[in-house]
Design a protein around this ligand. Structure first.
Ligand SMILES: NC(=O)c1ccc[n+]([C@@H]2O[C@H](COP(=O)([O-])OP(=O)(O)OC[C@H]3O[C@@H](n4cnc5c(N)ncnc54)[C@H](O)[C@@H]3O)[C@@H](O)[C@H]2O)c1
Length: 309
């Protein structure tokens, strides 16, 4: 009991926090305290019944750590808060497991790197798609083939969100970073991992709910299509909510919509095994998204050649 790793968790009342709490339980660690903006009394009671303290801020969590020595803080807060919260943890020598994206800019990523270099603690991120069975299989297939030609790849991700999604922090590009930081980062991460660095790209469409980007990797030409459909509009049209993920590689399509249930636990297990995704690992997709967004803002990559696809 005494040797269990001790965790704190920020953003405990949000959508993704239960996956982290489940992962902390599954690795037999001890969740000692959680923080969010305002717990109601029922929520406090629920956590307290499990011997988990409810705190109002990261500062309170640091004070908790000074008495009770936390090993890790898991960060499940909105994207724009990550960098500063990570740095506060590092300054207090507490290891961090932070949801994607670690940072919304290359300069913030550098701030994290600098802080980590003088801290006794480490930062890890969640890139759970790398643990998805279909993606592991895809990587094995691609890396075992010797192909002269670049692979032709189409990646489709379609999902549904209600109006509350866009009226929350996710509806603000300053806070979420936009659709590529919010959703695209998972796909950029695995594409770079499987098909190599990006040499060229062309943005056809980039908005809060749609991304259509052609990306040339060392080993593939990839068309990424991400669509976040409106729950209300689908309802008006009498249509079902959509959730769909698929890869088409050289004409052969496979779907990987399911199989996400235990991937946060796998992420935590890999961190404990010393194989977690570091700032360096996270930096490839963050740098690439920053570049795409910079070029798009300058208007230099828009070529409406994909409109008919
Ligand atoms: N890996 C994945 O597949 C995945 C999926 C969804 C979300 N995420 C990421 O997880 C993070 C959280 O997303 P979510 O969907 O759970 O958001 P959410 O809005 O549902 O939850 C965020 C929570 O953080 C709390 N919060 C805000 N500021 C805080 C602060 N200063 N201190 C403590 N708590 C604070 C909010 O009150 C809220 O309860 C985001 O970074 C998101 O990108 C990752």
């Amino acid at each position: 009991m005494g040797n269990k790793l001790k965790f704190g968790l920020l953003g405990a009342l949000g959508y993704i926090a239960p996956r982290h709490i489940q992962a902390i339980n599954n690795i037999s660690a001890d969740l000692k305290c959680v923080s969010d903006l305002d717990f109601n009394s029922a929520q406090k009671k629920e956590f307290l019944s499990k011997n988990i303290e409810t705190l109002d801020s990261l500062e309170e969590m640091i004070k908790f750590h000074q008495k009770d020595n936390l090993d890790y803080i898991s960060i499940c807060t909105p994207n724009h808060l990550h960098t500063d919260q990570i740095i506060t943890c590092l300054e207090n020598d507490i290891n961090v497991i932070c949801e994607k994206p670690l940072a919304l800019s290359v300069s913030d990523l550098d701030r994290i790197r600098k802080s980590e270099s003088v801290s006794a603690a480490k930062v890890f991120t969640i890139m759970q798609l790398r643990f998805h069975e279909s993606i592991i299989q895809l990587k094995q297939n691609i890396t075992s083939q010797k192909s002269e030609e670049k692979h032709e790849v189409i990646l489709i991700y379609a999902t549904t969100r209600g109006s509350e999604f866009f009226s929350s922090w996710r509806g603000s590009e300053n806070k979420s970073g936009g659709i590529l930081f919010e959703f695209g980062i998972h796909y950029l991460d695995i594409l770079i991992d499987i098909f190599g660095q990006v040499s060229n790209f062309n943005v056809n469409k980039l908005s809060l709910n749609q991304a259509n980007v052609l990306i040339e990797h060392e080993n593939a030409k990839v068309l990424i299509m991400i669509n976040v459909l409106s729950k209300e509009k689908l309802k008006e049209m009498g249509q079902e909510e959509v959730l769909y993920r698929s890869f088409t590689i050289n004409g052969d399509e496979f779907e990987f919509t399911g199989g996400f249930q235990d991937l946060h636990t796998k992420s935590y297990e890999s961190i404990l095994e010393g194989k977690g995704f570091s700032v360096e690992d996270a930096s490839k997709s963050i740098k690439q998204i920053s570049k795409i967004m910079d070029e798009f803002e300058k208007g230099s990559t828009y070529k409406p050649i994909l409109n008919n696809l």
